[in-house]
Design a protein around this ligand. Structure first.
Ligand code: COD
Ligand code: ATP
Length: 196
């Protein structure tokens, strides 16, 4: 049996990764959504909740992990963030392997991984797709989100490989600073090319 070609989809905060991932799904490419897996495992009765409560007392409740509060605690504190990542990342990697087995017959699968470059996942994919838009478009999108502040945005940006470097290291760049229909056409063309 041939293995699917694994495409890593990444991009900095607010660049449109989730939107582009949904476009890949619409053209029939299975997408593994690392963030969604994290949210599920941190949600009500999530498998990671007890370990996170033990490491960050008071950070969870009946709704699972209180993400906004935990984010405020860890994004400015590298030691705390590393402690959280040691709990979360191995669980995500295990889910990713299961996904690959479930979709072993597909020609192409997409791994939507926000921290592909930051955490070394780029070495485990066959091709890298980066979503990118001008910095002012990114800033406007992110600051529109509920609970987001300029300070939190700056902290998160400082933790991420700069957009320019991501673009330079990509095999393909999807421009999300244009009308959605144009981005969607670019995704459809790329999906066809990757499946060849
Ligand atoms: C700290 C948490 C609870 C905050 O949740 P919250 O909903 O407030 O923010 P959200 O997850 O949307 O993240 C906001 C932005 O920060 C980025 N980000 C998240 N975790 C990290 C990290 N470990 N390092 C750098 N950037 C990060 C995201 O890619 C996104 O661009 C959550 O981000 C988390 O559990 N992070 C650790 C796990 C992780 O690394 N997840 C990302 C990929 S699997
Ligand atoms: N051409 C485009 N391509 C993608 N997104 C677009 C485009 N035009 C406008 N948008 C809007 O930009 C926003 C991008 O948000 P999205 O959640 O996809 O970003 P993200 O990169 O996944 O964010 P994060 O890394 O923070 O999770 C959406 O509201 C989307 O509708």
């Amino acid at each position: 049996m041939t293995c699917p070609r694994i495409v890593g989809l990444t991009g900095s905060i607010g660049m449109g990764k989730s939107t582009v991932a949904a476009m890949f799904e619409r053209v029939g490419v299975p997408v593994f959504d690392a963030d969604a897996e994290v949210r599920r495992m941190q949600g009500p009765d999530g498998t990671l909740v007890p370990a996170i409560e033990a490491a960050f007392p008071g950070s969870t409740g009946p709704e699972g992990v209180r993400r906004e509060a935990l984010g405020a605690q860890v994004f400015g504190d590298p030691e705390a963030l590393a402690r959280l990542e040691r709990i979360v990342h191995p669980a995500v990697a295990a889910r990713r392997q299961e996904f690959l087995i479930e979709h072993a017959g597909a020609p192409v699968v997409v791994f939507d991984i926000p921290l592909l470059f930051e955490k070394g996942g780029h070495a485990q994919v066959d091709a890298i797709v980066v979503v990118s838009a001008p910095a002012e478009v990114q800033r406007e999108r992110v600051l529109r989100r509920p609970g987001m502040t300029a300070e939190k945005f700056a902290q998160i940006l400082a933790l991420q490989v700069p957009d320019e470097e991501k673009r330079a290291r990509a095999d393909h760049v999807i421009d999300t600073g244009r009308p959605l229909a144009e981005t969607e056409a670019a995704v459809r063309a790329l999906a066809a090319e990757l499946a060849r």
